[in-house]
Design a protein around this ligand. Structure first.
Ligand code: ADP
Ligand code: ZN
Length: 761
């Protein structure tokens, strides 16, 4: 390559002046590598490739001393003077057309700064694998009748096939049109009456639902409630004016938020525009997806079981503007809708909207960026909005529409708290006498019961009665959870399954006790207490196979199950009118986690699950078992007053400069070597403190830690963490970038940076 450049220069030295000027000019492409190199790199574009190299396409470029060929994203092209040191050249173009619009390039660049991720990493994350691999749809052979005279008289079904194959047709279509089996078609192929006439693109299953008009259900209510109408109006106003605005629907469960989304989407479609609807997780929200499918003609449901090819097919349908409504989890926000008119995020408080691996983006913030750029309304809905969202409404940046009552006048259920500190409430195991009475009351009234226990497994730990030693995962600092059947100890951190010892490994005492109740034990206990009732359990252990959620929920809806025991999975937006009792077996399970959002999460979970009760004419009740009945999170959930919780929690956050009043950058350091982790974490913290001290207002900035993380060891890696906190996220990111850019970590240490973390363990 270098030789090539010198010879070119030598050649030009003997040329007239104008040629030399021209030689100094050229086309330069800036490219970003998906991994390895952090900084964007410049390459010269050879004349022959100039028409093909454009931002958003991928190109092949030589990299490093060995000039290994790599695929990179072209992010900018300019023509101008070439730098004095010669540039390497682009050697090829990968895509026929751009994979990313210029808006997507802007978005990904913004994301990379906002969450301190490498741009290339973000680019890879927003494109589904199938699109990156350019998976083409599989090809299917086309068949056509040859017109050869048959040796024997053809059967009636053969004649039908031959008639249908008068023009080229796929075997699948041929079989469908003629009603003949594949065997009949193969036979005709073998005896030369049919022949192959080229290939066609096989229509992939895209998960796309095209409804016939007749299939579209008529569940659309005649009238909206006054609160629904004003919420819809608040969305319509910016929608009609092509203006961005964020509207928060703060509505109790059953207040008709989904109906408002549906009608807002309907209006969006009527302008020929597209709508993106984000839900926390497709498999947990089948009812929401069904309602969108039932109401609209073409809905793309982007769920995690799609193959790469199916995803690619959907991507193209959306990009071609042939799909009006896109429903999906977090990453559906990147759907390439060319005529976007509306974005909706349902259950906006859910933590699944933040990605747990790099790039650690939050879909709510991405949605806001897109909605601003596209000048479209963003609708966030929840019965328990995140404090981040609540604060922005209080500051007047976002508009909050309250839907305070359930539609149709059904009352929110009465909530009874049971104090677990009272020995009487523990007399029957995990289910207190009052909860037991509640279950009996609901079953006797012909109703159904949901019991929430946010801990799976049988016993939460296995402990020696003599010395108190608890069995731990050999590679994590986590107590093993006992799972039945099989007496297996499973680590909920890494998933490792171990055999539990028969006696204490510490003191050899033979007595190990099974402590704490998980969903398995609760289920067993309920079956014993209510032998007549039909009981089912829903947690990640019972819901492993595809479609198992839907099956269990369908069975529950069909009243084939009386009591449903489960983890938070059962708390999501489900609407079962016959549920008369919801029991929260241990409301404190997550309250004392070392996470500043523990109270918020607890209040949200208890409120959400309580909202499943009493949706129908039978009425309903909720029993909440807790050891901290006076905690504001529990009190608020019990009185259906989420706002009261917000009012008590916001001042605490403000005093500590926690979000929403400040930003956090969390750094987690890992290594197999305990000393190396501590040293490196301390080194980073020292550097950060030095940098913070140079700032204009260092008082408002805090470096906390380093300290061992709450989970101190995971998969044989020791973990330490530290946090930088301050009122302005941008300044924090600038400080952390400046410090980390110059750090060269030892080989045995790895570390990650999480901006605005939602996971603190
Ligand atoms: P949310 O999303 O707030 O939980 P939904 O939109 O699911 O509430 O509404 C709860 C129930 O009330 C659903 O069965 C829905 O079909 C019904 N519903 C919603 N709005 C109306 C209305 N205006 N009139 C009659 N029924 C309605
Ligand atoms: Zn483990």
């Amino acid at each position: 390559m270098a030789d090539h450049h010198t010879s070119q220069r030598q050649l030009f030295e003997s040329q007239p002046q104008w040629v030399e000027d021209d030689a100094r000019r050229g086309t330069i492409a800036t490219v970003v590598l998906p991994d390895g190199v952090e900084k964007p790199l410049d390459y010269q574009v050879p004349e022959s490739l100039v028409p093909m190299v454009e931002p958003g396409r991928r190109v092949r470029v030589p990299l490093g001393r060995a000039n290994r060929e790599r695929i990179a994203y072209c992010v900018a092209v300019r023509s101008g003077e070439l730098p004095s040191s010669p540039l390497k050249s682009v050697v090829g173009v990968e895509d026929d057309s751009p994979l990313l619009s210029s808006r997507m390039l802007d978005l990904t660049q913004w994301m990379s700064r906002r969450w301190m991720a490498r741009w290339g990493e973000v680019l890879e994350a927003v494109l589904p694998a199938g699109v990156r691999l350019q998976r083409r749809s599989r090809m299917a052979p086309l068949l056509v009748a040859t017109g050869v005279l048959p040796a024997r008289k053809p059967t009636a079904s053969q004649l039908q096939v031959l008639a249908a194959a008068a023009t080229a047709i796929t075997a699948e279509e041929l079989s469908r049109q003629s009603g003949a089996s594949k065997a009949v078609i193969s036979r005709l192929l073998r005896c030369g009456l049919l022949t192959q006439a080229g290939l066609t693109e096989r229509s992939p299953k895209s998960g796309l639902v095209k409804n016939d008009r007749t299939l579209i259900s008529h569940d659309r209510p005649e009238h909206l409630s006054p609160a629904q109408s004003s919420a819809l109006e608040a969305i319509r106003t910016p929608l009609r004016a092509d203006r961005h605005e964020t509207i928060v629907l703060f509505g109790v469960t059953g207040s008709g938020k989904t109906e408002v989304y549906l009608q807002a989407v309907e209006e969006t479609l009527s302008y020929g525009k597209q709508a993106i609807v984000l839900v926390p997780e497709i498999s947990l929200t089948p009812q929401t997806c069904d309602r969108f499918r039932a109401r609209f003609g073409s809905v793309a449901v982007l769920h995690s079981h799609l193959t790469a090819t199916e995803r690619h097919a959907q991507w193209r349908e959306i990009a071609a503007g042939r799909v009006g409504v896109i429903v999906g989890a977090r990453s559906a926000i990147f759907a390439p809708a060319p005529r976007l008119g509306l974005i909706v995020i349902d259950e906006e408080h859910e933590t699944s909207f933040k990605q747990g691996t790099a790039p650690r983006y939050h879909a709510r913030d991405v949605a806001e960026w897109i909605a601003k750029a596209e000048r479209v309304p963003l609708v966030l809905g929840s019965a328990t909005p995140s404090l981040e969202t609540f604060a922005r409404c209080l500051r007047g940046e976002w508009k909050m529409c309250a839907l305070a009552n359930r539609v149709g006048g059904s009352q929110l259920p009465a909530v009874l708290t049971v104090d677990l500190r009272d020995p009487k409430s523990r007399s029957l195991g995990a289910v207190s006498p009052r909860l037991m009475a509640g279950i009996k009351w609901a079953l006797a009234g012909g109703g159904q019961v949901m019991l929430l226990l946010n801990r799976r497994g049988f016993a939460t730990h296995v402990q020696c009665r003599a010395c108190g030693h608890a069995a731990r995962c050999p590679q994590c600092d986590i107590a093993l959870t006992l799972h039945q059947p099989g007496n297996r100890g499973i680590c909920h951190g890494c998933g490792l399954v171990s055999r539990l010892p028969g006696k204490c490994p510490a003191c050899n005492a033979p007595e190990l006790t099974q402590r704490g109740t998980g969903t398995q034990r609760l289920e067993e206990q309920i079956r014993v207490c209510f032998p007549e009732a039909r009981v089912a359990r829903m947690d990640t252990d019972t819901m492993r196979s595809r479609g198992s959620h839907e099956r269990t929920l369908d069975a529950f809806r069909a009243r084939e199950i009386d009591i449903l025991v489960g983890t938070q999975m059962i708390a999501k937006g489900l609407d079962f009118p016959a549920v008369m009792l919801v029991g929260v077996v241990n409301a404190d399970a997550a309250l004392h986690l070392p996470d500043f959002r523990a109270a918020e999460r607890t209040c949200q979970l208890v409120t959400q699950v309580s909202g499943r009760s009493g949706r129908g004419p039978l009425g309903g009740r909720v029993v909440v078992q807790t050891s901290t009945p006076d905690h504001p999170a529990i009190l608020a959930a019990a009185s259906h007053d989420y706002e009261a919780f917000v009012r008590s929690e916001l001042p605490i956050r403000e005093a500590l400069l926690y979000p929403p009043f400040g930003s956090i950058v969390r750094i987690v350091v890992r290594s197999v070597n305990e000393q190396a982790v501590a040293n490196w974490a301390e080194h980073i913290a020292d550097q950060l403190r030095v940098e913070v001290a140079t700032r204009a207002n260092p008082v408002a900035l805090r470096v906390l830690g380093p300290a061992p993380a709450p989970i101190t060891r995971l998969r044989d890696r020791f973990r330490w963490h530290l946090q930088v906190q301050g009122p302005d996220g941008e300044i924090l990111r600038e400080i952390v970038s400046k410090v980390t850019a110059s750090l060269k970590n030892p080989d045995n240490v790895a570390w990650i940076v999480d901006v605005d973390p939602v996971e603190m363990l």
